[in-house]
Ligand binder design. Structure first.
Ligand SMILES: Cc1ncc(COP(=O)(O)O)c(C=O)c1O
Length: 298
């Protein structure tokens, strides 16, 4: 892992020194909650600007409550730790991944409940593949008692099957339906369907993570006069308009095809491209909504 570093229970340490025991709850039951966060290097102030930092912290603590995972840091301790990891990467954009995990105790009510915090951080430099094809998965996404709204490690076990399917089908992405057979989300991304002057996306009762990138994109869309519809989305709607994937790690990605059906709506594609360009400008501090979503990470 070269010069990668990790915040590990109180200090930034070399990547290889962040170790847990195989009998910790983290390894034994895959128990953890996490966030993926980006911080963009601002050449003027020579500081990182975190994108939607408060929203990510809210979701991390909400996930911990939903999945009953102990939180080993307060919000301000977590913020300082994120800043310390980002500071180890001056001059480049960074991806930060804080994770709360239990070391012992099968519930936070257990007398031996104890937990830890680690934060992986590395340079963020996303690229888009030459073709972006998706297939609809044959597996459905069920939230279980914890639900899809918690960003909990255990629920990402399902994604091993989706990823296997994606590789077997030889495409770049996989779209997952919920138990009703409607569109839920994609691998690491929310699904949005663009029309010429509209954006439609599965509502929060569709078995989805409440994607923060999606929330930002919907804000940009409203700002530029697009109608925003959050509702149940039928699988058939994937084959009309311009599907767009939105996630912290991949940013915004326009799909070229779904299940082999090529996207063929020039007006919707143009709207999606404008949204994607606006999102890039927002991340760089050059959009009217930048001041809403960017905060110096110090
Ligand atoms: C299952 C799933 N849905 C959606 C998203 C997108 O969420 P966000 O925009 O908050 O990164 C992710 C991101 O990792 C994800 O894992």
């Amino acid at each position: 892992m070269g010069d990668r570093v990790m915040w590990f229970n109180g200090a930034v340490v070399p990547w290889g020194e962040a170790r847990v025991h195989v009998w910790d709850e983290l390894a034994l039951r895959g128990a953890n909650v996490f966030e993926g966060i980006t911080a963009f290097w601002d050449t003027d102030t020579r500081k990182h600007q975190i994108l939607a930092g408060p929203e990510h912290l809210d979701r991390l603590f909400d996930s911990a409550r939903l999945a009953d995972i102990p939180t080993a840091a307060t919000r301000s301790e977590l913020w300082s730790a994120l800043a310390a990891v980002a500071a180890a990467h001056p001059g480049v954009d960074v991806y930060l991944r804080p994770t709360f995990y239990p070391t012992s105790g099968r519930s936070t009510l257990s007398p031996d409940s104890a937990g830890g915090l680690y934060i992986g951080g590395f340079e963020f430099n996303p690229t888009t593949p030459p073709q972006v094809r998706a297939v609809v998965s044959g597996h459905r996404r069920f939230g279980g008692p914890i639900g899809a709204m918690a960003k909990a490690g255990g629920s990402y076990l399902d994604f091993r099957l989706f990823e296997r399917e994606r590789l077997e089908r030889g495409v770049e992405h996989v779209v997952i339906l919920n138990e009703r057979g409607n569109v839920a989300e994609a691998d690491g991304a929310a699904v949005l369907l663009l029309g010429e002057k509209s954006v439609t996306t599965p509502s929060l009762d569709s078995g989805v993570l409440d994607s923060i990138t999606k929330r930002i994109v919907l804000d940009i869309a409203r700002h530029s006069g697009c109608a925003v519809n959050e509702r149940g989305v039928l699988r058939e709607e994937l084959y009309r308009g311009q599907p767009l994937l939105a996630g912290t790690l991949m940013g915004l990605r326009l799909l070229d095809s779904v299940d082999g059906v090529d996207v063929n709506d020039a007006a919707a594609t143009a709207t999606a491209r404008t949204l994607a360009a606006d999102y890039e400008r927002l991340c760089r501090g050059n959009h009217v909504l930048s001041k809403v979503y960017l905060t110096p990470l110090t």
